[in-house]
Design a protein around this ligand. Structure first.
Ligand code: DGL
Length: 259
């Protein structure tokens, strides 16, 4: 199965893309709703939670794992890769490659959780490809709760988005990485505040492209993946609110299972 690891339910925006691009494969999702969101937590604790999540996914038959969460990728991908022999697809590098490829003015903006932005993974990965590029990064910790609480249509939400984006807009970036898997939900709000000329990069799109290409180039792994639509969505804590949020983020009703 294709395993998908997330700090909670934001990873379902990535599942949506997997369903579109790779519809034949069975998905095994693990969202750590008991401990997530991870955005304000320490690297050490995120690594600990991510190890548990990966163990769960491998035990239940995942053959490759997409780390759908930017925060988990920022904090734990390196240590997961050292510890486990399974193939991981992290959320950071695919979006970085795309941004570096499309920026003309060599000015890239990034927004994400506090952990993601303060870890500097995006900034370092961009600079490692092209040191001439200026990166303007801003943590936007209020956006995840706004989306979880369905506040995105309220004027308050747009004011907060504008506030976060203002310093990046001032720098006249030509591309902006949406470095958190909840942000596709507010893509339109973000586009209207940052300006329509700025290209938005959704790392989820790029990760799924990478997985697709990888499977085309690695038929032995492709063959080992279970096909079919009996997807399983596990969460470490289950409440009616999570059940509702899952349907909202994926755009279709699913049944969450208590892990
Ligand atoms: N899934 C996280 C990300 O993509 C956002 C939620 C969290 O803070 O855990 O960065």
């Amino acid at each position: 199965m294709i395993g998908i690891l997330d700090s909670g339910l934001g990873g379902l925006t990535v599942v949506k893309k997997v369903f579109n691009a790779l519809p034949e494969y069975q998905i095994l999702y693990y969202g750590d709703t008991a401990n997530g969101p991870y955005g304000n937590k320490s690297k050490e604790i995120i690594q600990k939670y991510a190890f548990e999540g990966v163990k769960f996914l491998t035990k239940h038959g995942a053959k490759i794992i997409i780390i759908a969460c930017n925060t988990t990728s920022a904090a734990a991908l390196d240590s997961l890769t050292k510890e486990f022999r399974i193939i991981f697809f992290g959320a950071i590098n695919p979006g970085v490659r795309k941004a570096v490829q499309i920026t003309k003015d060599k000015k890239i903006g990034v927004i994400g959780t506090r952990m993601t932005i303060h870890s500097n993974v995006y900034q370092n990965a961009i600079k490692a490809i092209d040191a001439q590029i200026s990166v303007f990064a801003k943590s936007a910790p209020l956006l995840v709760p706004l989306i979880e609480e369905s506040w995105i249509k309220k004027p308050e939400a747009n004011r907060i988005i504008k506030n976060y984006l203002y310093p990046i807009k001032l720098k006249q970036v030509d591309s902006l990485i949406l470095g958190c898997n909840y942000y596709p939900v507010i893509k339109k709000n973000i586009q209207s505040k940052i300006g329509k000329k700025v290209k938005l990069i959704d790392p989820g799109d790029e990760v799924v492209n990478d997985v697709k290409m990888f499977l085309e180039q690695n038929p032995e792994i492709e063959k080992s993946l279970v096909k079919g639509s009996a997807h399983k969505f596990f969460v470490s804590d289950l409440t009616p609110k999570y059940q509702y949020l899952a349907g909202y983020l994926l755009g279709q009703k699913i049944k969450l299972i208590q892990a």
